[in-house]
Design a binder for this molecule. Structure first.
Ligand code: MSP
Length: 548
């Protein structure tokens, strides 16, 4: 996958910047396909924003403190930092293999983060929003969250981590006065209806707030693997209070002397947090309240996606029912994996994975609809047009032309879909142009037109199909960058989508999405399959990750 242009220095104009985050992943096990899912989506959204000319900053990273990590390292008999280093490296390696370009990979154990947390804590402390009290309740270590008794299953486990009993806790903790922010959060959700999307998730948060917010504990006495509480080092900071602040630490260069003020000045608030539905309460309630207390602006928007499931249950490290993303990507390649998950599962809803479906969708969309279309049209261009893009004034083509008509409105529809984080809808809109192109070739039969000596009609068909493939490849480049680059190359653009500028090279988004960009007389490559058909395995072959 080509690199997005590197950000040298972020411009001072917030309107030209776009900062988006993935959650910071727990390092209790090597990454699984669920963690890859959010990060692939974030990367595709980042690449689309980049095409539009934004200075994009994609933040991801790892959440390394807390009891869950402490216990896992203990079980493995490895010092926690050493353990975190190994797992964090495997996340970074997976992102690389999936063509994900993180502008900043923040680790909550990096030195500067502790200072940001301390600065933030101080601000909240000065607001008198922190106090010491007794905490009693059921704690799910896998969620790192206290649960109400009514939320637990009969077995005593939480509904997400059904194989792990919640543990009873009775200890002195420092609390954050969440209840004080009840009215402000209600106002936030009233006044900013798109703060949390999709709307069903917004409703979920609002009804939680309406039940009345309770203060929550932000320190632990029995967990050494954490940041010491500035006002009482016999406690460590609750892992969620620490981790959410990773989004702010990430704004700083890891080498720079850390301070909350400096980090904020480098471009807070973020434009978009992407997260799964299990961590909505933390992001939709705790995080805004913490920021309000510290007098800091709130993120612009949160988009909440569903779970990848296996037999209806959330795939996860704790349940040990998840797919190995390394295996998937080694077997099928980054573009295939990205395309399947981003196109086939509605972003915002749950989606089940089946290898059968995976192979079928990729063969249908990428090998047949897109790959064959390019292949056969290039073949005809060589046969009937001397291997060059035909000369045609695209402005002379009637706007009701079956492909031009779709292509004229496509950029707007695709932009709206990406803006709404509905990458699946963007893919489907682009596919409609590809499918219409296949139909258009079949209907207009250029091979017969050629025999009848209707050269200009042949050229109109070839041009409009190749131009449609170009436009589709351009708009799909945030998702399947390698395939898009291969298509551009075969269309004669040389090393388009090069290392430094990616698909921004050919001009602005507005220019490149205009119908008719293919330069007349451009030499076309000999057709070569861009996507090899996948074989359906006789039985499921993708490796399942074991429980840690
Ligand atoms: N460490 C916290 C996040 C802190 S953010 C400041 C955490 N980590 S996690 O590794 O457990 O989960 C990270 C993200 O992965 C969450 O958004 C979660 O929803 C997502 N996924 C984990 N399993 C998933 C699926 N099976 N399907 C889709 N996403 C899933 O929570």
């Amino acid at each position: 996958m080509q690199a997005r242009p590197k950000i040298q220095s972020m411009s001072n104009h917030a309107s030209h910047r776009f900062t988006l985050t993935t959650p910071l992943y727990y390092v209790n096990a090597i990454p699984h396909i669920g963690s890859a899912y959010t990060t692939m989506a974030a990367d595709a959204l980042a690449r689309f924003k980049c095409l539009q000319g934004y200075e994009v900053r994609l933040i991801t990273g790892t959440d390394e403190h807390g009891q869950k990590i402490q216990r896992t390292a203990q079980l493995k008999g490895i010092p926690p930092q050493e353990y975190c280093d190994t797992i964090a490296a495997s996340f970074a390696a997976l992102w690389e293999q999936l063509g994900i370009q993180a502008d900043r990979f923040i680790r909550t154990t990096e030195a500067g983060h502790q200072k940001i947390v301390a600065d933030f804590f101080q601000r909240v402390w000065e607001q008198d929003d922190i106090y010491l009290d007794r905490q009693q309740g059921w704690y799910c270590v896998a969620c790192e969250e206290f649960k109400e008794e009514r939320e637990l299953l009969e077995s005593g486990a939480c509904p997400i981590h059904t194989n792990l009993k919640a543990e009873w806790r009775d200890e002195q903790n420092y609390f954050f006065r969440l209840s004080r922010y009840q009215a402000q959060l209600e106002q936030l959700y009233r006044e900013r209806p798109s703060f949390v999307q999709p709307p069903s998730r917004r409703n979920e948060v609002m009804s939680f707030i309406e039940q009345g917010l309770k203060d929550f504990s932000i320190s632990r006495v029995n967990v050494d693997w954490g940041i010491p509480l500035p006002c009482d080092p016999s406690h460590t900071i609750y892992v969620w209070f620490d981790a959410l602040l990773g989004y702010v630490t990430a704004l700083l260069d890891p080498e720079a002397p850390p301070s909350l003020e400096k980090a904020i000045a480098l471009g807070w608030p973020a434009n978009l947090h992407l997260l799964g539905k299990d961590i909505l309460r933390f992001h939709g309630i705790y995080w805004p309240a913490m920021l309000l207390s510290a007098g800091l602006p709130l993120p612009e928007r949160l988009f909440v996606h569903g779970f990848l499931t296996k037999d209806g249950q959330k795939m996860g490290k704790s349940l040990g029912n998840t797919l190995d993303p390394f295996d998937l990507v080694n077997r099928y390649g980054a573009d295939a994996v990205r395309y399947y998950f981003l196109k086939e599962i509605e972003f915002g809803r749950d989606g089940d994975f089946s290898e059968h479906r995976f192979v079928t969708v990729l063969n249908a969309d990428l090998a047949n609809d897109l790959g064959n279309l390019l292949n056969r049209t290039l073949g005809m261009a060589h046969k009937y047009c001397g291997g060059q893009v035909p000369t045609l004034d695209p402005n002379q083509v009637d706007p009701t032309h079956p492909l031009k008509a779709i292509a004229l409105s496509l950029p707007e529809r695709v932009t709206a879909a990406y803006d709404a984080c509905r990458i699946d809808l963007a893919c489907n809109a682009i596919l409609s142009l590809i499918r219409a192109s296949n139909k258009y070739i079949d209907d207009s039969a250029p091979w017969s037109l050629f025999k009848q000596g209707q050269q200009s009609a042949v050229e109109e068909v070839i041009f409009s199909v190749l131009e449609s493939v170009r436009l589709a490849a351009y708009l799909l480049s945030p998702i399947i960058g390698n395939l898009s680059a291969a298509i551009y190359q075969q269309l004669g653009f040389g090393n388009h989508g090069s290392e430094t500028t990616g698909f921004r090279e050919g001009g602005s988004f507005a220019q490149q999405t205009q119908w008719g960009q293919l330069p007349a007389h451009q030499s076309l490559s000999k057709p070569q399959p861009i996507f090899t058909r996948l074989e359906l395995p006789s039985q499921p072959s993708i490796q399942i990750l074991e429980s840690p």
